[in-house]
Unconditional design. Structure first.
Length: 232
């Protein structure tokens, strides 16, 4: 983690010859894991790179502040925390997903912002197919009451993952894209080494499990064991 921050910093500096400020946003569950420096000392040559961090878990005690905020990033943090809290309770996850999506309208966000933030919520709070159908039914009923149908735009860009049409292949590709993005964000380029194996997986439930596991594993090999243990 710290080495990656250092690598990105010096590569940007080297390419653009501009001063660079780095910050790490930590989305893990280790309350005491707070890496904020990288360095080494060799033959009198010393590197000491320090950077600020933001620990999303710290916001768990600041829910009231997040709910009152109109900053779009508050929605991002709440979706992340909800994903962690509801990992083993998908029914509660559906309720939180619905509450967060309603909040987008209640906060008065513009149509485009609602669609983009909904895409993130939908990616973070994945649901089994039956609960996903229930979510869409309840959400449509809510949209009818407020006479706003932004969801139609969401459907056009594929966020609903083709559930009503039963396009399982579309769901698979959406999950693989989510896994690819998650691997890149958490592990950098090294995480992409798993993609050939993951792309060969046909079971969408297993792909969903892999996507969820990215939040908790600390190494690429740990993630690999998640799907290898299922296939054995």
């Amino acid at each position: 983690m710290s080495k990656v921050q250092y690598s990105y910093n010096y590569r940007i500096f080297d390419r653009y010859n501009r001063s660079v400020a780095s910050i790490a946003v930590l989305g893990d569950e280790g309350i005491n894991w707070r890496p904020n420096q990288f360095g080494y000392d060799l033959f009198g040559c010393r590197v000491d790179f320090q950077f600020p961090i933001v620990k999303l878990l710290d916001y768990k005690q600041r829910q009231a502040e997040l709910l009152a905020s109109r900053n779009p990033f508050a929605t991002v943090i709440m979706a992340h925390l909800a994903a962690l809290e509801t990992r083993n309770n998908r029914l509660e996850r559906k309720q939180q997903k619905l509450a967060l999506t309603r909040r987008l309208y209640e906060q008065g966000f513009e149509r485009e912002n609602i669609i983009h933030l909904f895409q993130f919520i939908d990616w973070m709070l994945t649901l089994p197919s039956e609960l996903e159908k229930e979510f869409w039914q309840e959400f449509r009923e809510y949209e009818e009451t407020i006479r706003m149908r932004y969801v139609t735009s969401v459907e056009r860009i594929g966020i609903e993952k083709g559930i009503e049409q039963g396009i399982e292949q579309g769901i698979k590709q959406g999950l693989i894209k989510g896994v690819s993005l998650g691997l890149k964000l958490k592990f950098g380029e090294s995480g992409q080494s798993l993609l050939p194996e993951i792309e060969s997986i046909e079971d969408v439930d297993l792909l969903s499990t892999i996507l969820d596991a990215i939040e908790t594993v600390t190494t690429v090999e740990q993630l690999r064991q998640v799907y290898l243990s299922v296939s054995e």
